[in-house]
Design a protein around this ligand. Structure first.
Ligand code: KG4
Length: 341
């Protein structure tokens, strides 16, 4: 089954053709990161306008690179939530029109389910059940993935997502947006014990997280030094910050896996690209005899292949949408599809 998959929830416009959920025939991604870097963050209106400019061309190119004609597409899939509402609407409306014109089903896909499914593309042998930590610019959740379309959140951040925290801390250190990768590069030159930073715990909710205190601590260190005219150890602060993020993520995920009895740990989303987080997970999984799945870097960030992969399993589970499909800025990963039109 060939699925044409569209992703436009933030500033990457992505179109992919995926066969039977696992085989990526083409994967076109056009990032607007440079345009948003000028403003130090995402400008939603700019994101929507640029999706509109490139989405048709990208879909043509995805079909051509897949070596398929339009008649060989069996379904169209699209990210319908969560994300920037205007950006999502561009993809959703394009997908509706494409599905209608081709006379094929339309499959709505939750963005974070897509991030999880990036691992199905990367690891052909991987099947649920497993425990997943999904860490991106907009979401940080620990998910009990019982089946391809049967999952529930067992822990989440109460405020900033891990990626958002990376971006904000990076900004204070004068690094470009998006700040995750530059922060990692700066951290490589620093001592991760240079600064003592907080690791928040939520009473009675062992798998929930909070990153706003960590972000504020980095802001305060930088501002206090600025007011006193003192230099900060930027590399040491970046390294200490990265360690604090990893220490908030890895032990929680491992302890949730122990409690639920999972031997397979999956990490997904943009922050899964982080070397420190990857290394800490590798060490923890080795120590506990668990198997770790983390996608290669190109599948960590937003892409269409992950949407096409998840869409196949949504299709098998009977998920369909009609012309009334709406986009949602926020929506739970385990929300049912009965109201989608
Ligand atoms: O998954 P993604 O591409 O978009 C969302 O669905 O949100 O994630 C983007 C986030 C950004 O916050 C970016 O700074 C972060 O992933 N990121 C990283 C790294 N590469 C990207 N964070 C830490 N270390 C990295 N190497």
């Amino acid at each position: 089954m060939n699925i044409l998959a569209i992703e436009s929830s933030c500033y990457e416009t992505a179109v992919s053709v995926v066969r039977d959920g696992r085989q990526v025939l083409s994967d076109e991604v056009l990032s607007q990161a440079d345009m948003h870097a000028l403003y130090g963050g995402v400008v939603p209106e700019i994101a929507s306008r640029n999706h509109i400019k490139v989405i048709s061309r990208l879909a043509d190119s995805a079909l051509e690179k897949a070596g398929l004609t339009k008649a060989e597409i069996d379904a169209v899939a699209v990210t319908y939530a969560p994300g920037l509402i205007g950006a999502l609407l561009v993809g959703v409306n394009f997908a509706k029109a494409a599905a209608m014109a081709l006379g094929v089903p339309l499959i709505p896909v939750h963005h974070v389910r897509g991030h999880i499914a990036a691992n199905y593309v990367a690891f052909p042998e991987l099947e649920p059940p497993f425990l997943c930590l999904a860490i991106s610019g907009g979401n940080t959740i620990i998910v009990d993935v019982r089946g391809y379309t049967d999952m529930s959140v067992i822990g989440s951040t109460h405020d900033d997502a891990a990626g958002e925290c990376f971006d904000k801390a990076a900004r204070v250190l004068g690094l470009p947006y998006p700040g995750g990768r530059p922060m990692q590069e700066l951290a490589e030159k620093g001592d991760d014990r240079a600064y003592k930073l907080p690791n928040a715990r939520i009473d009675g909710r062992p798998y929930d997280m909070s990153f706003s205190g960590l972000k504020t601590a980095v802001v305060n260190i930088a501002h206090t030094a600025g007011q006193k005219g003192e230099e900060i150890d930027r590399a040491g602060l970046a390294a200490s910050f990265q360690r604090a993020v990893s220490e908030a993520l890895v032990p929680r995920t491992m302890s949730a896996a122990r409690e639920l009895g999972y031997d397979k740990i999956v990490v997904a989303g943009g922050v899964a690209a982080n070397k420190r987080v990857r290394a800490d997970f590798e060490e923890a999984c080795r120590a506990e005899g668990k198997t770790l799945f983390v996608p290669p870097l190109r599948l960590c960030g937003d892409n269409g292949a992950m949407i096409g992969a998840q869409a196949y399993y949504e299709y098998l589970a009977g998920t369909r949408a009609g012309a009334e499909l709406n986009a949602y800025a926020t929506r739970e990963i385990d929300a049912d599809f009965s109201d989608l039109g």
